[in-house]
Design a protein around this ligand. Structure first.
Ligand code: NI
Length: 256
């Protein structure tokens, strides 16, 4: 059994065939899937999906590329959503310096990230963090503002050195399709060094489909390709990878 710990099945890419996508996930052994919001509207949408499908869970939050969607009422509205059943996380939240080059807007991203970390603490929920080309500031914020919080750096793309700091905080790294790419850069070294109890697998579907589906629409069934690559790199069996990544996901998100 596998858990796809990060998805966006509310995305319009799935509006035609969502039920079939879920069926294929089940056939591939993917028994649970966690969808994450990026805006308030998509947070509502992933919450609704979790109500309608037993295998779906959800996280709610405002993505760093969507900060214009955040105002003084957003945290209270997210808190109301997060109080519902099957909402297992705050996310995805964080910093994106790839798309945001303006220093003032980066500061706003940081402020909104910190406010949502506070929300997670208040709701006693774990956090799913988006960190793109902002590894230094993300780590600094987690070290300073992450007290009594647990979570994951989803779609991890940092160095081994940063990963070691993340693990020291007791946080997980999330591994996605890029691990299977030829240009996977530092990621293979990171996953080889990762303690078993610090790794989650995810697809980030519809984005970042793993090889051999690279370039196509991604979907939860393909999380098995990420697990296979992990097994190959770490010298483990697929069954072992399935067992510990599933245990880690259940541990972090308290889904049973
Ligand atoms: Ni995502």
């Amino acid at each position: 059994m596998f858990i796809d710990t990060h998805c966006h099945l509310e995305d319009e890419n799935f509006s035609e065939d969502r039920a079939e996508v879920l069926e294929r996930a089940k056939s591939a052994g993917v028994e649970k899937i966690i969808n994450f919001g990026s805006t308030f509207q998509s947070s509502v949408a992933v919450s609704e999906l979790a109500k309608n499908f037993s295998e779906l869970y959800a996280g709610v939050g405002i993505h760093p590329e969507e900060i214009d969607d955040f105002d003084e009422k957003t945290c209270a509205r997210l808190a109301a959503l997060a109080a519902e059943k099957k909402i297992v996380a705050v996310g995805e939240i964080g910093l994106d310096y790839h798309w945001e080059k303006d220093s003032e807007r980066r500061l706003i991203q940081q402020k909104i990230f910190i406010e949502q970390l506070d929300l997670a603490r208040q709701m006693k929920l774990p956090v799913c963090v988006h960190d793109r080309e902002a590894h230094g500031d993300t780590l600094k914020i987690l070290q300073a503002e992450g007290k009594n919080l647990r979570g994951v750096l989803h779609c991890y793309s940092g160095s081994l050195e940063t990963a070691r700091e993340v693990w020291k905080l007791g946080w997980f790294i999330g591994v996605d399709g890029p691990l299977t790419f030829k240009n996977s850069a530092k990621l293979p070294e990171v996953v080889k060094a990762a303690p078993r109890d610090m790794i989650l697998i995810e697809t980030d579907a519809p984005y970042l489909a793993p090889v051999p589906y690279r370039g196509k629409r991604n979907e939860p069934a393909y999380v098995v390709e990420v697990a296979k690559k992990l097994a190959e790199l770490r010298g483990e069996t697929l069954e072992e990878v399935a067992a510990y990544t599933t245990a880690n996901a259940k541990n972090l998100y308290e889904i049973f």
